[in-house]
Structure formats: structure tokens, C-alpha cells
Design a protein around this ligand. Structure first.
Ligand code: NIG
Ligand code: FE
Length: 407
């Protein structure tokens, strides 16, 4: 075989195996290849294995100096487009006012919606770029970005346009999602809002290909099951896959509803119990856990350990947003899944790569195997577990996207 590039001097190459989402015990069965080499052609992995088994030739050989290599991190849940801050809410929460109460009073997410809807496009794009660069710096090579702080038809489209505008400005692959986030406070306006979302917004977003999935926040302080069902039906009619914020504070049936619509992921799950875990294990959806929310809001941790033990496919994300998770490192989210949700390091790597890709409906990133995009990280150390061990600082020495070095 002839490859354009060959990377050698890899102390260990650690990668999830298989295809699609990995469930239960398969999450820990990663490959760790000592003394590895990685061949890249046309931005894709052409060959991977022990260096002494390589029989081909290559145009360029890059010696990585005895450091570990892992797949680029996939961050499958962020809200990187927002304006303003939530510092007063944060201080109120520290003094004991619950997150949901702040939201019910018209603050919280609704405050960010007012500020985002009023912000000029340049400010939305610049803010998103800054935040995405921080996630990329931490090792993210694919990042999902949701709208959701626009609120109105026009402002929600503007947030998606901001995501489209920031996409060519950053080296990572960006996957846009339409999030129907919270209804108007005035209950009389709720029906009209659902009509707007289902009859105008979702069809327009699909027509303009501004998002690859539709997400909805199902919670007592957000959308009801009946409202979410209407949103999922509109997404299905528009040909867009669905995902949902469920069981964040209360398990009100959001997870079960999302699964009924074949959701590609169900996210949060802090309040999920045994029935929800069983339902998820029996589905094709990926459960996305968000340990940064647990740390920042002081809420329960999603039962990541129990989910994997029950046979679920689990992914991890930052949930980067100003209210529940100001966590600007995708690597830190992966590392926290071990401490907060009781994953073991190999499971956390799978959760942050192969399963995170599956949560976005992607199957060409998240593992280092022939045909996959050559998105990989050179670890600052010879042991891949440094990636999961490190809290603060960055264990990422170099990043390659489609075989090209970007940091
Ligand atoms: O994923 N749960 C709802 N939405 C976001 C939080 C947004 C915010 O607080 O601004 C989340 O936690
Ligand atoms: Fe979220």
C-alpha cells in the first residue's frame, strides 16, 4: 500500500472498536495498540496497526516522539450561540434560589433568550467562535451546536445562521441542531408558539438545511409531552431526526416519548430511574450524559454506571451554555464522566468519541480505523489514559483534522 502520510513513534494508539454506537460491555473493549503507526490518505485513515507490521510506503513520515494517539473528541451537545451573561443568576443560585425557580420567574434561559434575540449577528458569531475555539483547544474535532436562545421565528433562524457563519471560521466539523427550548411564559401564547414551531420554523429549517436534527426540552418548566409530540411529528414530517433534553429535573415521560420517535439521542438523564434506563437499553438511542451540569448546578449525576451496566450506549458532552454548564473543555467533560458518573477510563473514551458520533448520527468519526476521517489527537504523554486523568490544563499536545495538523 502507498499512503500520503505515515505517523510513527506512537507509544500507544487507543481507539474504540466496531461500528456505530457501542453498548454496555463493548464500551470498555477498546483497542490499545503499543508501538503503533497510522497511515493517512485523502484525509482518511488508510491503515492502523503495530508499526512493525506496516509494509507500505508513504510520501511523508511524521515521527510523534513516543506519545499516545486517540481519536479526536466529538462533543455532541453544546449551546455555543448566546449573548449576555448569567452571572446574577449564578450568584442567586449560590444563595439558594433553584435553577427552575429562576426560569419560572422569567430569568435563566429566558434572560439569555431576550439578550440573544436582541444581539447583532456579528456578536453571535464572534461569541460562538471564541467558545468553539476553547472546545477545539481541549481536543474536540467535531462539535454539535444548538440554536435555542432565539425564541422567536426570526431569532431562532438567526442563531442557526450564526452557526452556519461560524462553521468555516473554525477547523472542527460543526453539526447544527434546531433546539425548541422553552415556551413563552404567558400560557395563552403557548399554542401559537407550537404552531409557529411546527408549521413555520421546522419546515423552513429543513428546507434551508440549517440543522441536521430537532431537539426539544421536555420538562415541567419547559415543553409538555403533548407539545413535544407535536414538535417531533413536525420534525418527522420534515425528514429531520429528533433528540431531546429529558429527565433533567423530573422524569415526566420525555425519554419514553423521544424513544417512540426514534430519537438518535436522549440527553441529560439526571433524574432517570430504572424504568428509563431499561427503556434506553432496549432502544437504538444514545444516552448523552453531561457531568458539567451536575458540577455547576449541584444536581444529581446521571446514572452513567447503571446505564452501561444495563446495556445502554452512553456518550458524554459539555452541554456548554451560560446557565447550566459554563464548561469550556470537551476533554474535561470526558474526565468528569469518570468522577461524576462512575465510568471507567475506557468507557469515557468511547463515550467521548464513537458513541458521541453516534449521538449525532455520524459514523465516519469517533474511532481510528480504515476509512474513518483522520481526526486524531497526540497526547502530551505516552499513556492514553492521561486524556481522562487530567483535570484542568490540557493533555492534548497536537490535533489533526482530516490528516492536517491544526494545533
Ligand atoms: O441543556 N436544560 C435546558 N437547557 C440547557 C440550559 C440552558 C441554560 O440554562 O441556559 C441545558 O441545560
Ligand atoms: Fe443542553
Amino acid at each position: 500500500m502507498h499512503a500520503e502520510q505515515l505517523f510513527t513513534g506512537i507509544s500507544q494508539l487507543a481507539t474504540p472498536r466496531g461500528r456505530f454506537a457501542l453498548r454496555g460491555p463493548a464500551m470498555r473493549e477498546i483497542d490499545v495498540i503499543p508501538g503503533a503507526a497510522l497511515a493517512v490518505t485523502d484525509g482518511r485513515v488508510a491503515w492502523v496497526g503495530p508499526a512493525d507490521s506496516w509494509r507500505g510506503t508513504s510520501d511523508v513520515i511524521t515521527e510523534l516522539g513516543g506519545r499516545a494517539v486517540v481519536p479526536g473528541i466529538v462533543d455532541p451537545h453544546t449551546h455555543a450561540v448566546w449573548a449576555g451573561d448569567r452571572l446574577a443568576d449564578f450568584e442567586a443560585r449560590c444563595a439558594g434560589v433553584p435553577y427552575e425557580e429562576i426560569l419560572a420567574r422569567g430569568g435563566g434561559i429566558r434572560r439569555t433568550m431576550r439578550l440573544t434575540a436582541a444581539a447583532p449577528m456579528e456578536e453571535l458569531v464572534a461569541g460562538a467562535e471564541r467558545r468553539l475555539r476553547a472546545l477545539i483547544q481541549s481536543g474536540a474535532t467535531t462539535i454539535e451546536v444548538k440554536s435555542g436562545y432565539g425564541g422567536t421565528y426570526e431569532a431562532e433562524l438567526a442563531s442557526l445562521e450564526a452557526i452556519a457563519a461560524v462553521t468555516p471560521l473554525v477547523p472542527a466539523r460543526i453539526i447544527p441542531t434546531l433546539l425548541v427550548h422553552v415556551p413563552p411564559r404567558d400560557t395563552a401564547e403557548r399554542d401559537a408558539y407550537i404552531t409557529m414551531a411546527t408549521e413555520q420554523l421546522i419546515p423552513e429549517v429543513a428546507r434551508r438545511r440549517l440543522a441536521r436534527a430537532v431537539d426539544v426540552f421536555i420538562e415541567r418548566e419547559a415543553f409538555s409531552l403533548a407539545e413535544a409530540r407535536a414538535i417531533f411529528e413536525a420534525a418527522r414530517d420534515a425528514g429531520l431526526p429528533v433528540k431531546a433534553h429529558v429527565d433533567q429535573f423530573h422524569a415526566i415521560g420525555g425519554l419514553e416519548l423521544a424513544l417512540e420517535f426514534g430519537a438518535i439521542s436522549v440527553d441529560h438523564l439526571e433524574a432517570s430511574g430504572a424504568p428509563q434506563i431499561q427503556a434506553l437499553a432496549a432502544s437504538s438511542a444514545v444516552g448523552v450524559i453531561l457531568p458539567g451540569v451536575t458540577i455547576h448546578l449541584g444536581v444529581n449525576a446521571a446514572p452513567g454506571r447503571a446505564m452501561i451496566d444495563a446495556g445502554c450506549a452512553v456518550a458524554v458532552a459539555t452541554d456548554l451554555n451560560p446557565g447550566s454548564a459554563p464548561i469550556f473543555s470537551s476533554q474535561l467533560a470526558m474526565a468528569l464522566a469518570v468522577r461524576v458518573n462512575e465510568l471507567i477510563p475506557a468507557e469515557a473514551l468511547t463515550a467521548a468519541t464513537a458513541n458521541a458520533a453516534a449521538a449525532l448520527g455520524l459514523d465516519d468519526v469517533g474511532r481510528l480505523a480504515e476509512g474513518q476521517r483522520a481526526d486524531f489527537l497526540v497526547v502530551d504523554g505516552e499513556d492514553w489514559r492521561t486524556m481522562v486523568y487530567t483535570l484542568g490544563g490540557s493533555p492534548v499536545a497536537e490535533m489533526y483534522i482530516a490528516g492536517v495538523r491544526v494545533t
